[in-house]
Design a protein around this ligand. Structure first.
Ligand SMILES: C[S@@+](CC[C@H](N)C(=O)[O-])C[C@H]1O[C@@H](n2cnc3c(N)ncnc32)[C@H](O)[C@@H]1O
Length: 295
């Protein structure tokens, strides 16, 4: 047998390293036109609520494109990630010398043509109803596939009732990653992984690979107009840490779902990590971004 799979090891979950490794791939993948359309449609002063904000990756993607003042309310359930966010923004500001950064609550960021007051809130979003009064727009990245159809439907109805103008949900996973070169086990692993993605992550049976379709339906039903666009991760030797961690998490999840795959999946993983080390692996992980706005 090849690689021994430890089903209990920490996988490609939401630890800070995983979020740091995925940030550049997320920035490359998000559809630039949809993100620009969302930001340009905001009023000159906007209050934005972000769901499942991690360490603030989505805001860092928005800041260079920001031409207005925003109050950004970042909701996140993991206090450890929130504790790391300040250092991530300090580092970001160091790399963007035309921006100033001041710690505190709110964190203040100011740059050419734009300013942001960032307030963090540690909250379990499974708990239920959110206070959306005064919120201009809701945003999330790599979050929409974690929730259930019921969660999405209830949230869309609440957003419409609170007159939230727009909802921007980036990077909703789509089933069926594509591997080059192909291996015989790709299909079986892909189906097991897709089923694992639909397991309950604390917010009901997850939408997983049906997230973009599910959210579009929920938001249209609530009266929003909706556009969506592809946002594909292109993994391989340009993102070696992310690709290695993703492959390990992919196999771990597939084997949790279908334990009979363990031996063959271990060999598959050994082969894939070898290809990655030789620069001979390309993986496309499909996502879709969703933008909804009130007509
Ligand atoms: C895939 S990560 C994405 C994080 C961030 N949006 C990014 O793009 O880097 C999903 C995030 O949702 C958060 N999350 C998951 N379930 C949650 C819940 N029930 N309440 C609050 N946050 C939750 C996780 O802690 C994690 O930070």
């Amino acid at each position: 047998m090849g690689n021994e799979i430890d089903l209990h090891a920490q996988g490609a979950g939401f630890d800070a390293d995983w979020l740091r490794w995925r940030e550049p791939a997320d920035m490359e993948a998000r559809d630039a036109g949809l993100l620009a359309a969302w930001l340009e449609g905001l009023p000159t002063e906007a209050r934005i609520m972000e769901l499942g904000a991690g360490t603030g990756s989505l805001l860092r993607a928005c800041l260079p494109r920001l031409r207005r003042s925003v109050h950004w309310q970042a909701l996140e359930g993991d206090a450890g990630l929130i504790a790391r966010a300040e250092a991530r923004f300090a580092h970001w500001a160091w790399d963007h010398p035309d921006w100033t950064f001041a710690t505190g609550d709110p964190v203040r960021l100011r740059g050419p043509g734009g300013a942001c007051e960032l307030h963090w809130q540690c909250i379990d979003l499974s708990a239920g109803v959110l206070d959306l009064s005064g919120v201009t727009a809701v945003a999330a990245s790599a979050w929409g596939d974690l929730v259930s159809w019921c969660w999405a439907g209830r949230f869309a109805a609440q957003a419409a009732a609170a007159q939230v103008r727009s909802v921007y949900l980036a990077l909703n996973v789509v089933d069926g990653p594509q591997f080059h070169p192909a291996l015989p086990l790709d299909g079986l692993l892909g189906r097991a992984f897709a089923a694992h993605m639909r397991r309950d992550k604390g917010l009901g049976p997850a939408l997983g690979g049906a997230a973009a379709v599910g959210w579009a339906l929920a938001l249209r039903t609530a009266g929003y107009r909706v556009r969506d666009a592809a946002s594909v991760w292109r993994l391989g030797s340009t993102h070696p840490l992310l690709t290695g961690a993703w492959l390990e998490g992919y196999v771990r999840a597939a084997c949790e779902q279908q334990p009979g795959l363990r031996d063959r999946a271990g060999d598959w993983l050994t082969q894939r990590l070898g290809q990655l080390a030789q620069g001979a692996l390309q993986v496309q992980v499909a996502h879709r971004d969703v933008l909804a706005w009130r007509p």
